[in-house]
Design a protein around this ligand. Sequence first.
Ligand SMILES: Cc1cc2nc3c(=O)[nH]c(=O)nc-3n(C[C@H](O)[C@H](O)[C@H](O)COP(=O)(O)OP(=O)(O)OC[C@H]3O[C@@H](n4cnc5c(N)ncnc54)[C@H](O)[C@@H]3O)c2cc1C
Length: 335
Amino acid sequence: MKETAKIQTAVYAGRIKDRQTLLRSSSGGAFTALTNVFLKRGNAVVAAVYNYQTHRTEFHLILTEEERDAARGSKYMQSDPGRIFRDALSWLKANPDKCLLFTGLGCQAEGFRKFAELKRIRGRVYIVDLICFGSMSPGLWREYARSLEKRHHGKITYLSFRDKRNGWEKPSAYATINGHEVPVNDCLNVYYGRCALRPSCYVCPFTSTERKTDITIGDYWNIEKALPDFYDKDGVSLLLIHTRRGLRLLRQAGTELDCRRSDKSLCPQPNLSAPSKRPAQRDRFWKDYRRKKAQAVIKKYGSGDGGRLRRMIRKCIRFRPWEKIFCPPERRKDQ
Ligand SMILES: Cc1cc2nc3c(=O)[nH]c(=O)nc-3n(C[C@H](O)[C@H](O)[C@H](O)COP(=O)(O)OP(=O)(O)OC[C@H]3O[C@@H](n4cnc5c(N)ncnc54)[C@H](O)[C@@H]3O)c2cc1C
């Protein structure tokens, strides 16, 4: 049986042993533990790194733990492959006895898998994809980031969408400008509101537990019920193992990653069964964006105030209090 052939998906919960790394990771630190197996043996890793100059997230070929640490954390805007296909192939050709671990979203991992098969390097390429809610428009984010820099008279020097100081389940999002933390929760709310997702995300075919990669990683939501004694307020990773070599890689990472066997029925989450739904107000959102620009539209749809006001108005319309005051009971509409 080929090492990359599909096996019955095995489900694990994982949590990196080092507390500092766990706190800096978005979920349970599976990415760091898996990539350490490669970097410690002189192999390469491909992962998405945020560029603070251009405000784009780009794929980098990574050879050191320091470079890998810069790839930690979930960035919710769509990442840019740039020259990564060419760079990865050149590196593998120049290092014929080495292998490479590609990490990325389902759609990106599928592209890289097909490329690796076409170039006959799949045997030397391990692929880990992420469970994904969807990617935010990179143009919208860039414009928003620049408007923050303008407003706060400085450059963004650090960005976190998943800060765990209030725990993994209540993450906060902020950008650091001039040494101060500037909240970007309104942007995060817009992301979770789904209006700013790429159109392809609403029909994403990579939303099941069955994949053609070696391992899929994500958040182990529901861990408190699935494996209560493995729950950790600082995060737990879900690992879906699809191939024999994926299983071997997990065992090798075991020196740094505490693992527990689980089951598919114990890790339900929306994006493992269907793509994120296209919201009814998506067209209105983009129409507003064309008139008002990023910061205004993110404030309107992400601050929560607009929604509260709208809900109050709707409630008021539904109960029609003016009728109760001005109309005799027999003429009231709701009777
Ligand atoms: C856009 C997006 C949506 C997600 N949606 C879900 C979800 O709905 N459910 C769920 O369980 N998990 C989701 N995840 C995955 C989860 O947030 C963690 O990224 C994952 O569990 C890995 O966490 P970690 O603790 O192992 O390591 P971390 O160090 O936090 O993860 C870093 C990894 O994320 C990758 N990455 C970060 N940003 C991007 C990006 N923009 N494009 C491509 N790769 C990126 C890096 O390359 C690296 O592989 C999403 C991640 C992203 C980026």
